[in-house]
Each structure stands twice: as C-alpha cells, then as structure tokens.
Design a protein. Structure first.
Length: 324
C-alpha cells in the first residue's frame, strides 16, 4: 500500500509540474496578431500545429506536409492546444482576458461554431476522423483524495447530437472484468475509433495506469492493459501509439511505443528521450510529437512507427501536430 501511495504521489507531482509548465508558455488569445495567410482545416497535404515561435507564439498554423520545415501559414487564432480532423477543429484556449479556459469548436475556416467553458488547465485534445466527436483533457485541483494537487478530467462532445460527457468519471467502469468504483479515478488522452462511438483512453486509480476501451453510447469503460498512457489510434485502427512510464515510474520519464491491438505486441520506438505528449499519427508509418526546448518553446519531431530508424526534427518552434 505504501508503494502504491508513493507511485500515486509521484504521478500527481509529475502531472502538476507539467500543468504549471504548460500554462507558463500557453499564450493569451492575441487578436492583434496579423495573419500571414488563410489557414484551412479542410483535408489536404498539410500539417497543423500550435506555433511556439516568438513572433506568433500560441497561434494556429500550417505547413505543407512535403516541406514541414518550410514557410508556415499563420492564423490570428490562438490556442493552448489544438487538433482537427474531417474539417472540424478543437481549440482549447484562454477565455478572453479571464484566467479561465474554454473549448472552441471550429469549422474548416477556423470560425467558432460553439464555445464551452472548461474548469481546469488545457492539456490534451482530439477529434475523430469524421470530425464529429471531440475529446479534451484538463488539469484540475480540489479532489479530496490527493490533498489538493492536480488531477485530470476528460470529456467528450458529439457535435452531431450535442450530447456532452463533461467527465468520463460518470461512466460505469469494469476493471479486470469486474465492476469498479473509486474516488481516485482519473481519465485523460482520449482517441476515437472510426465508428464515432468507441474510444480508447488512459485511466488511473490506486497508483496504476491503464489503457481502457470506452463506449460513448453505453457510457461504459473497461480496462485492457497496464502502463499505457495517452493512446493514439492508427489510421487503420489496428495499432495504438502511446507513452509509458519508464519502469512504471513517471518520475523516470516516458518512452514512446506502439501496441498491436490484435496480438498485443509492443514495439518501442527509436525516440529514446522522454516524451510527455499524446503522440499523433502523421500517416500509417510515422508518429509525430512535441518536445519542449527551453521556456516557451517546443519542436515537433517524428519517428517511424515500426521501431526502425531514428527520430528527426520535423517542425521547429511547434507543438500539437496534426496531419490534415
């Protein structure tokens, strides 16, 4: 029990540190920044990202997929985290001049279709391939079980019906085949399957982290395996890219790997640095992710999904990569 408590505390401290660092370089909504081009979320050979360059930090931008290090198109829209698919965008951003945040649903031209207040600090964002389903994760404080340190909340919005799951903690959970309920349930890092109903995510409880499978319509969640965080489903739906704590200890950092869902084979990727990000599939063979580089700056890197090769710098001064 003492070991589990120490692991849980270490994990929460790491999350808290990440939250503070993240908010430290998340810029306000700089409406006074002039756009250098029209950013579109329509499907096409472009990479979307959040800029961390000094001139346009926080702004949503794109580069050609064939020239990711080349000239970028920058929009006037700022986000703390961004994602898009199927012509729909999800922007987690500061709520005007307030110190609170909101979720903004975007159309393909970055026009805001809906705004939802968020309680917590933005951390993860995902959109289903069709553009219908949106998911987000925030850091929150105030849960009695962790002494006021950071916890996580994950929510899902069905843009077609308007159905909103403000927190996955309301779902019925099955752990190792048995119904499970606990005050310390935390969820983060949602990724959707192609049917716009099912999803994968991370769940933590009692100092352990699990890959879970969820059903949005049935409001159910079941555990699949341990030590899998921030899953990202491959375009063909057969593999999950994820980060896992080294030796099960978040204080030692995270290693990127890919899980074959059918055979349960895990392939460690060639990136050996600690990656505290939800990886993104840039195509069926390549994983993208952000790595911090000093206060306020980060770069997007990529690595082959089959464990071969080596990591390479893809987009300097960028994070939150998305293959449109």
């Amino acid at each position: 029990m003492r070991t589990r408590i120490l692991i849980a505390v270490a994990g929460v401290l790491v999350l808290a540190g990440a939250a503070v660092a993240y908010v430290g370089f998340a810029s306000a909504r700089g409406h006074d920044v002039t756009a250098t081009g029209a950013v579109s979320l329509a499907p096409g050979p472009r990479l979307l990202f959040r800029s961390t360059a000094d001139a346009d930090r926080g702004h949503v931008a794109t580069v050609p997929a064939g020239d990711p290090g080349g000239p970028r198109t920058v929009s006037p829209l700022s986000c703390a985290r961004v994602y898009a698919a199927g012509g729909t965008g999800l922007c987690l951003r500061q709520d005007g001049d307030l110190t609170t945040y909101q979720l903004a649903v975007l159309d393909r031209n970055l026009a805001v279709r809906r705004e939802i207040p968020l309680v917590g600090l933005p951390n993860r964002a995902r959109v289903s391939a069709s553009g219908r389903m949106l998911a987000w994760t925030v850091f929150v404080t105030g849960d009695s079980y962790n002494g006021g340190l950071f916890s996580t909340r994950a929510g899902i919005l069905d843009t077609a019906t308007g159905d909103l799951a403000g927190t996955l903690e309301d779902y019925a959970v099955t752990l190792d085949g048995r119904p499970y309920g606990a005050a310390d349930l935390n969820f983060w890092g949602v990724t959707f399957t192609g049917d716009d109903r099912h999803f994968y995510a991370t769940m933590s409880t009692a100092g352990r982290r699990y890959l879970v499978a969820g059903d949005f319509a049935a409001h159910t969640i079941r555990t699949l395996r341990e030590n899998v965080e921030c899953p990202s489903l491959s375009p063909d739906g057969t593999r999950v890219a994820f980060k896992s704590a080294v030796d099960g200890d978040p204080a030692k950092g995270w290693r990127l790997s890919v899980l074959d869902l059918a055979g349960s084979k895990v392939t460690p990727l060639a990136e050996t640095r600690s990656v505290d990000d939800q990886p993104a599939w840039l195509d069926g063979h390549t994983i993208g992710y952000g790595l911090p580089r000093g206060p306020g700056h980060a770069d997007v890197w990529s690595v082959p999904a089959d464990g071969s090769g080596a990591s390479r710098l893809l987009i300097p001064d960028a994070e939150s990569p998305v293959a449109l």
